[in-house]
Design a protein around this ligand. Sequence first.
Ligand code: CAA
Length: 283
Amino acid sequence: MTIQKVMVIGAGQMGSGIAQVCALAGFHVYMNDLKQEFLDRGLAGITKNLVRSVEKGRMTAEAKDEVLGRLTATTNLEDAKHVDIVIEAAVENMDIKKKIFAQLDGIAPAHAILATNTSSLPITEIAAATNRPEKVIGMHFMNPVPVMKLVEIIRGLQTADEVYAAIEDMTKKLSKVPVEVNDFPGFVSNRVLMPMINEAIFTVYEGVATPEAIDEVMKLGMNHPMGPLTLADFIGLDTCLYIMETLHEGFGDDKYRPCPLLRKYVKAGWLGRKTGRGFYTYE
Ligand code: CAA
């Protein structure tokens, strides 16, 4: 199974990061989103990152142009007919993902793998929206994608061994480290990370300490690069809430109950960095 051409669905924080690392690794990439303005924003972010690499002497200006030359921005999902793999990084919403996968199943060539960057939703259920469940797999990148080494790889119930092997191989070509996990809500990364973030929010809610103090404890005491509340703002509070709800619903255990303060902030539209306000305020 040879992968040469890739489509990434979504040009947001995750999608543009995935498109960047794929183009850097030599793959031809179609970056797809619903509107040209989303693609323009994604491309601007990629260009900024590459220009910084040139300025820091990590890459030549010619190499940067070659990488950008391997990227095609498209609003046309039909371009999936040209590719060997689609990596979906659209919003975390099961209905939307199922719709996208059903559409892709009708467009992408029969040999193409359909991967999802979902951070917590069941791969098996997404795969069931297609007629090729053996070619559907989870490929969960971490934010910021160009920096973080991990890709969690999640097999659905019917994922074929050769599909797993192809994804493992591709992940290594992206200079990332693949780690195999089973298909359970939140996989490993978010099952461990999100309850910690949720608990940090409870400590704000209960007045145990200020956000600054909580982050300082975890940064200086546990050597975390970012405190949990800074990280929550970075990930997006809507995403954090959605993942906690997926864990709560999936396991039915009260220990995954989202903190009421998290719900309140999301209702207020305080979603973290992307809206300029979360546990902290941003310019
Ligand atoms: N895109 C590309 N490069 C970036 C970047 C971005 N968004 N953010 C930072 N970088 C690069 C910087 O350019 C810098 O590179 P150079 O030194 O080569 O120039 C390097 O990363 C370090 O950046 P900084 O010095 O500005 O800041 P830092 O040392 O604090 O690192 C960080 C920033 C890597 C984000 C670090 O704070 C960190 O690791 N934070 C935790 C991130 C984390 O936990 N991510 C997982 C989130 S959970 C997830 O993604 C899964 C999910 O499903 C929700």
